[in-house]
Structures are given as C-alpha cells and as structure tokens.
Design a protein around this ligand. Structure first.
Ligand code: SF4
Length: 706
C-alpha cells in the first residue's frame, strides 16, 4: 500500500522506560528500517543497541504465536484452534469459575510492556465485569517501592524530574542503577553533560564496578541491602557540616526532627563498617551532594527490589528535602522506570493497589468515581493480591484462574519452583503472548495470540511523565490481535454469560476511544491529562503530565507545595533492616542480579536479534578472581550455585568488578532460551511490607565446583 516507495511511521521503542522515539520505514509491506526520531524529546534521534536492532525482532513465522491454542485437560498437548473457539472457551471457563467460587477466584497478571489502552480494558474486565480485586502487573517487581515512597514523601506517585535535569545537575547520585546498560540513551546524555561541565560530580552506589561506575568520580561499592545506613550517614554528615537548607525544611517539610534524631547514631564511621565502605568516601559523597548547586539522584532496582525498598527510597528522598534539592533545574529524586509503560499502568490503575487516575481502591469516593465513569454499579472494595502473593494464592488454591498478559512469570518471579508449582496446580491459565517458547506458555490451558511492537497502536508514558504515541507500522501476523482487543473479545463473551448489562465496557473500536475515557478519569487528579487525546499528541507531539492550559509541566513541586494534605513533604525516619536472606557459613556469598546491555527481561524478543548476543553470549556466574582461586574454579569451569530456594549450574567468569565475597548473574536467561533455569530460581520472595515488592536483587548463596 506504500507503492514501493516506502512510508515512515513515528513510534516509540518498546524496551526501557527512557521511551525513545523511533522512525520506522515501511516498504512493500515490510519494516525496512528503524531509526531514532530526531524530533522526540526523550532521545533526539539517538538509539541504543537494543533500539537499533528492533527491526531484527520483527518476525511473522514460528518465532511468534500465530494462532490460538487450547488443551482440554492438563497433560494434553496444546492444539491450534480458531481464535473464536479459544475466546469462547476462555469465557465459558471463567464464567463457570466465577459462578462456583466467586469473582476473587479469578486474577489478572499484566505487564509494563502493555500500552495504556490495553491496561484500561483489562482493568474494566477485571474490576468492572468480573468484580475481582486481583489485578496486578510485573511493575510490582519493578517500581512499586518507588511509587510507595513518592506517595509517602510527597503525597503523590509522580517522579518530579525531567531528562533535561541531567544537563543541569552539579552532583548526580546513581543509586542501585546501571543506566549505562539499562537506560543507555540517558546515560549517554549524562556522559555528554559531564564532558561539557567537568565540574559535575558523579557518585555511583553499586556493589559492582559497573560500566556506569566507570563514569563516576566516586564509586561506593556498597554491601547489598545497606543503602538506608549510607543515606542516613550522609544526612548525618550534612547536619554536621551545616549543609541543611533550614529555610526550605522549615517552610516546606515535616518530620525533619525525627529524621535528624534517627540519623544521629548513623555516623560515617558506623556506616563504613555496615556498608563496607571508607568513612571518608561517605563524607565526600555527602559534601558533594550538600554543596552542589543542583543535586540529582537516579535510581532503579537496587533500591526498589528489596524487602526494605520503600525505606531505601525514602532515606534517599530525605537528602533532597534536607538540602532543598528538588523543584529546580538539575535537582530531584528521579526514579527511572525499567519498563516502557510501567508509568501508564500506574496511571490506568491496573494494579492491585491502585485505581485509574492514581486513585485508591480503599477509598469509597474514588471507587464511586470510577464506577460512574465506567457505567457500573460498584467496584470491588480494597486492594487485591500483589504479584508474589497472587501466585502464592494460585498455589494455595484460593485463586483458580489467572490470565497472564505480555509477561513471563515462570521466569521472572522469585522462588521459581514455587511459582511453577502454582501454575501447574491452577485450574485455568490463560496466556496472551506474542512470542513462542516462553517459559510461561508451557503452563497455559488457553493461549491467545497477541500483537506486539510494531503492530500496536496506543500510548505509553516514559520515566519523565511524557505520554507518547505508539503507532502500528505493520498488521499483526496470523490471528494475533492487540491485547485490548483480546480483552474486549473475552469481556463481551463473558458479559453475555454473567452480566449482560456490563457488555458496554467492551464496546471499543479504536485505541483513541479507550484513551479518551481514560484521560477523562485523570481530570482534577495530580496527573491530570484530561486535555490530552491521540489527536492532540499526533498534532503537537509527546506531552508531559500534568498537562494543563495547553502545556505539560517539566518539573514538579517548583513552588515547594506538595500533594500531601497539608502541602508539606514528609521526612522519613526508617530503621535499618538488613537483607532478608542471611549470609552464614552455609550460604556465605552475596549474590546480586542485573541487566546486560544488550538483552531485555527474559529475552523473549532480544533473543531473536543475533547481533545482540555478541555482547554476552550466555549467562555466567561472575566472581572475584580471589574467590574463584580459593574455590579452585578456573574461569569457564562449571559451578553449582545454591540458595535456600534452589540451585543453578553455570560457568564461572573472573571479574575484578565483583567484590570478594560477592557474586553476580545476569537476569535474562530462563528455561525457554538456555534449556536451563534462570537466576530467579535462587532469588528471594521476601516482600517489602508497604510496596509488596520482592527482594529480587539479593540472595545468600553457596558456590561449589559442579
Ligand atoms: Fe529503547 Fe531504552 Fe535503548 Fe531508548 S534507551 S533505544 S528506549 S532500549
């Protein structure tokens, strides 16, 4: 239809939360090129290795789920069936379970890779039609500690910064993050800013000497899980040095005296012992932060994926409040989202602890507002089960049916043996998936073929609160449909069986209509983008929220007024909680996991792009050479890694970047790609008490020759 001369489609990369704009060239019905979109404000044309190779992941063959599949009984093989047969079967079986066991016997487990429009329809299906509280997302594994901390400290779930703050910062704290690998385009921007302004100080807080740490003026190779102690010691030093912005604290904050009293005992000397750092380095980091004209912190999973994730986030936010370091160019606590649309899922409220427009399922007024907008009598009250708890409930038989969309929990959740046993035990597992061969598909009773990038149309929101249009460049292959269409198709059928008066929830014909209803629900809320529409973004480009009087807001809290009841930001005074998994003589090593530069999540997509395997071909257990020598393990030899939950056999690699007593495994490989288990077999499902995010980043392990 392009007449052989090609057409270009502006869209967004489907990997990380940077949200880079891409320009797609379609020729003769094929995707001919993927280039950076020079007009997109997230990347100005730049792409990383993953974005540049996106075209190689576009497949229309056996690498994709091309048709629906069904098995009549567990143990029987999955057989290809017409899509309508699978949709009918899904509706029949869900209706039976709801009638027999009630709505909370059904759960939905979604993904930060869905578009906002997909999230909206799944939420209407779960809460609006089925009436279950149990709808959560893999964003629970990613951002929920950051969400809880923003809400507790500032009164709203809103990253207050923008990418342009990288250009203006005088001191950048990178905590529990490796943006050189996980957000490469942002990291390149930071490198350039530092080259332009050599006075900028970069402090990297990470147990390993990562590629991000190579840029650092100071690398704090912290012992896993001790971040609260470090941040408290930095606050202690700021108090000691008189670097507190007393006027800011007085005017805009509460709880400072409790925090000050809490950190009194956390001297740099004490922290040095707990964190495995030099006291002088802690003092230096505090002084650079406190003396900076503008101080920015960037953080991700090293803080969030922890049983004390909210405490770590809040102790870091304390530093910004104490020094008045937010609401101005180059300053603020900036949580970088891991996934492309973790933000959109939060905005659409398709999570166990949220309702649309950052509303609260515990709040009767909020539930009534959403119910009225959706045209239903009521919504289920209270939060549902979060990711880890949801699969525990499946294993315990309390949840009978789970629909898993665009995610691979049989590889990505901690305590894999438990998760797989739960999926095995479930009465009904529906999986909507684009890529064949994922670990989770092995447990499906009904497989629905899903469209994926670049076949989908809708919106996503990146880390800097910017809503962009994702546009389809190709039609989906085979019987595949967009997730919102699959949810509408099952929803329509299920409504006919259990609640015909709710069939209107699925009367959508285009993503623009879904977005319009969703945007209207943000009116008057902290994220208000009720004035946005697909048409407006098409005409004026991506926009940040809140979007009022025709403009998006670059940074939040510029007036020092916060979204809390009294308008004041809240200091926190958390105690130090050590890692959940105790290191002892049986499990003497501290294992952490993380990303590689050229792979993404469980590699369902990136494994299709051969050049991406050149960076690192296969997983290895990285350890300090001294530890390997002590264990008589030569590089490349196979080692058995045991935790309290499982074991893996992997080749070892010698890396000076890994401290003695520590070990590291990349997170990407699972059973489907390497005919073996991934690192999450070893990892811990201990939850943060507030965010319910699991401690995916640390396990105590023993290593022996295999
Ligand atoms: Fe895609 Fe992230 Fe790379 Fe940008 S930085 S091209 S969004 S993976």
């Amino acid at each position: 239809e392009d007449g052989g001369i090609g057409r270009t489609v502006a869209s967004v990369c489907c990997y990380c939360g940077t949200g880079c704009g891409v320009s797609l060239t379609v020729k003769d019905g094929q995707l001919a090129a993927v280039d950076g979109d020079a007009s997109h404000p997230a990347n100005f044309g730049r792409l990383c290795s993953k974005g540049r190779t996106l075209g190689l992941t576009v497949r229309r063959d056996e690498a994709r789920v091309l048709s629906a599949q069904l098995r009549r009984t567990r143990g029987a093989p999955l057989l290809a069936v017409p899509l309508t047969t699978a949709l009918d079967a899904a509706a029949d079986r869900l209706a039976d379970i709801i009638r027999r066991d009630g709505p909370d016997a059904v759960a939905f487990y979604l993904s930060g890779q869905l578009l906002t429009e997909d999230y909206v329809v799944f939420n209407q299906l779960a809460r609006g039609l089925v009436g279950t509280r149990h709808i959560d997302s893999n964003s629970r594994l990613c951002m929920s500690s950051a969400v809880s901390a923003y809400k507790a400290s500032f009164g709203a779930d809103a990253p207050p910064c923008s990418y342009e703050d990288l250009d203006f910062a005088d001191c950048v704290l990178i905590a529990g993050a490796n943006p050189a690998y996980a957000h490469p385009v942002l990291f390149r921007r930071l490198e350039e800013a530092k080259a332009r302004r050599p006075g900028m100080k970069v402090v990297v807080i990470d147990p390993r000497r990562t590629d991000s740490a190579e840029l650092a003026d100071l690398h704090l190779a912290i012992a896993p899980g001790t971040d609260v102690v470090l941040f408290h010691a930095m606050l202690n030093q700021l108090v000691w040095d008189g670097l507190i912005d007393e006027a800011y604290v007085e005017r805009h904050c509460e709880g400072y005296l409790e925090a000050k009293s809490r950190v009194r005992e956390f001297t740099p000397e004490l922290a040095a012992g707990v964190c495995g750092l030099a006291a002088a380095d802690i003092v230096q980091a505090a002084r650079w932060f406190g003396e900076a004209g503008a101080a920015l912190s960037l953080y991700t999973m090293g803080l969030n994926q922890s049983a004390a994730g909210v405490d770590k986030n809040r102790a870091l936010i304390n530093l910004h409040l104490a020094c008045g370091q937010l609401g101005k160019p180059g300053a603020g606590p900036f949580s970088l989202t891991g996934q492309p649309n973790a933000m959109g899922g939060r905005e659409a409220g398709a999570m166990a602890t949220l309702l649309p427009g950052h509303r609260d399922p515990d709040n009767a007024v909020h539930r009534a507002e959403v119910a009225a907008a959706w045209g239903v009598a009521s919504l289920p009250a209270g939060p549902g089960l979060t990711a880890v708890e949801l699969f525990d409930a499946v294993g315990a038989g309390r949840v009978k049916a789970v629909w898993i969309a665009a995610t691979n929990p049989a590889a990505s959740l901690p305590e894999q043996a438990k998760v797989r046993a739960a999926l095995q035990k479930a009465e009904l597992v529906i999986v909507s998936e684009a890529f064949a061969g994922t670990d989770t598909l092995a447990f499906a009773d009904i497989v629905l073929p899903a469209a994926t990038w670049p076949e989908k149309d809708g919106t996503l929101t990146n880390s800097e609160r910017r809503v962009s249009r994702v546009r389809a460049a190709l039609p989906p292959p085979g019987d595949a449909q967009a997730d919102w269409q699959l949810a509408c198709a099952v929803g329509t059928r299920l409504a006919a069986r259990i609640a015909p008066e709710r069939a209107h929830l699925f009367a959508y014909t285009a993503p623009a209509d879904i977005f319009a209803g969703h945007a209207a629900l943000t009116a008057g809320r902290d994220l208000d983008y009720s004035a946005l529409s697909h048409a407006l973004i098409d005409a004026q480009g991506p926009q940040q929220w809140p979007f009022r009087q025709g403009a998006g807001q670059v940074r939040l809290y510029t007036d020092g007024v916060f979204a809390t009841e009294g308008g004041r930001a809240r200091f926190a005074a958390p105690a130090y909680t050590p890692v959940a998994d105790v290191v002892n003589a049986h499990f003497p090593l501290r294992l952490t996991s993380g990303r590689l530069r050229d792979q993404w999540h469980t590699a369902a997509r990136t494994s299709l792009a051969a050049p991406l395997l050149r960076h690192v071909e296969a997983p290895a257990l990285s350890m300090n050479p001294a530890d390997l020598a002590r264990l008589r393990l030569a590089p490349g030899a196979l080692a058995r890694v045991r935790s309290r939950r499982g074991e893996l056999v992997l080749p070892v690699a010698a890396e000076e970047a890994v401290r003695a007593g520590h070990a590291f495994v990349p997170m990407h490989w699972g059973r489907a790609w390497m005919a073996g288990d991934g690192v999450n077999v070893l990892m811990n499902g201990a939850l943060d008490p507030m965010s319910r995010q699991p401690e995916l980043k640390h396990a105590a392990v023993a290593v022996t020759p295999a």
